[in-house]
Design a binder for this molecule. Structure first.
Ligand code: PEP
Length: 252
């Protein structure tokens, strides 16, 4: 069984001051838990990363970004490189979140380029996959998620897979208050693990953490996190409230 990871995706919320305050509160809360049964990651907006990185310097709470450019540097207006994220103190980066796929037209191919670039530069990708409601109703969700896994991880070596985390986030469960049932999530995690084992040894596939994301909150976390094959959670809305986020961490 893998050690759990609880990751907070703050999305486009909180200014720098508010972000630092939340990072401080989460860090203090995690320290108070003494020996939490999970690793903890927060992913503030780009603008707040550097200040949050300073705030977390002596804390076990890790820092991640919500996206990264697939290129190293140059004429890519508005983009942020892996090197910039590393210099701000990031260890992780979320890649291919469904909101980026939906609003910014990211494809499995773009996701793959970003995953490879992040790994090449020493960042740990949290690669998001998940089906839409229509795809679930049409019963093609395994085909969709399977393709997201194989395309997103194309040309990623077995060594590099050790630094990859997958987040299974059914699109219909994100920000809707309707979470997948523990059985639905568990079944998909086992499916994803089987897909991974086609790309690498079973030992490596077992060690890749697969998080569930989609309306995880302080009330449902315990049940979801106890389900088979679930190595943690990617939390959106509930990660903006320190108390709720700490309750989710304690649920591990
Ligand atoms: C997310 O955006 O990754 C997410 C899971 O959001 P929420 O927890 O708000 O559904």
């Amino acid at each position: 069984m893998n050690r759990k990871l609880i990751a907070g995706n703050w999305k486009m919320n909180l200014n720098v001051k508010e972000s630092v305050h939340l990072a401080k509160t989460v860090a203090a809360g995690v320290s108070n838990l003494k020996d939490p049964n999970a690793d903890v990651l927060i992913c503030p907006a780009f603008l707040s990363l550097e200040q949050c990185g300073k705030t977390l310097k002596d804390s076990p709470v890790m820092l991640g970004a919500q996206d990264v450019c697939a290129n190293d540097e140059g004429a890519y207006t508005g983009e942020i490189s892996s090197a910039m994220l590393l210099s701000a103190g990031c260890e992780f980066v979320i890649i291919g979140h469904s909101e980026r796929r939906k609003y910014y037209c990211e494809t499995n191919e773009t996701v793959n380029l970003k995953v490879k670039k992040a790994l090449e530069r020493g960042l740990k990708p949290v690669m998001c996959v998940g089906e839409t409601l229509q795809e679930r109703q049409d019963e093609i969700f395994e085909a969709i998620v399977g393709e997201q896994i194989t395309e997103g991880l194309k040309e990623v070596s077995e060594d590099q897979l050790n630094f990859v985390t997958i987040a299974y986030e059914p699109v219909w469960a994100i920000g809707t208050g309707v979470n997948a049932t523990p059985k639905q999530a568990s079944d998909m995690h086992l499916f994803i693990r089987r897909k991974l084992s086609q790309l690498c040894s079973s030992g490596t596939a077992e060690a890749v953490r697969i998080l569930y994301g989609g309306s995880v909150n302080a009330k449902n976390a315990k049940e979801i996190l106890a389900a088979k094959g679930i190595d943690g959670a990617l939390v959106g809305g509930a990660s903006l409230k320190a108390e709720d986020f700490l309750t989710i961490i304690s649920a591990c």
